[in-house]
Design a binder for this molecule. Structure first.
Ligand SMILES: [Zn+2]
Length: 112
């Protein structure tokens, strides 16, 4: 039996996130249509924690990270890749983060 799991999608226009269930074996789309504005809602994976809709600064950070190829994928470094790098809390931290970990960014803006 395939185990369904939740993937988080977020629309950066509406600052809205929602979840969809997928099977692990199934192909998961990198974009869905936003139910509110009809624009693109991007796949932010299983680890995304949505900011409050009113928290513009946090959404700005999310959009910034997204633009640089970070979709809240786990970034593992160190021996055996056991150390998971926490995502930045603020936009200022995010600006350092995308430089420091740019080799872990998604290249084309698509999940591969
Ligand atoms: Zn939307």
């Amino acid at each position: 039996m395939p185990t369904p799991y939740n993937m988080a999608f977020a629309c950066l226009n509406c600052r809205k996130s929602f979840k969809r269930k997928f099977d692990l074996s199934a192909q998961c789309p990198s974009e869905l249509t936003c139910p509110d504005c009809g624009g693109e809602a991007h796949n932010f994976g299983r680890h995304f924690k949505s900011p409050k809709k009113s928290d513009l600064k946090q959404w700005e950070k999310v959009a910034f990270l997204f633009d640089h190829g970070f979709r809240f994928q786990k970034i593992r470094i160190g021996p055996g890749h056991h150390d998971v790098i926490p995502y930045p809390d603020t936009l200022d931290q995010a600006k350092e983060f995308v430089v420091k970990y740019k080799e872990y960014a998604y290249k084309s803006g698509k999940n591969t």
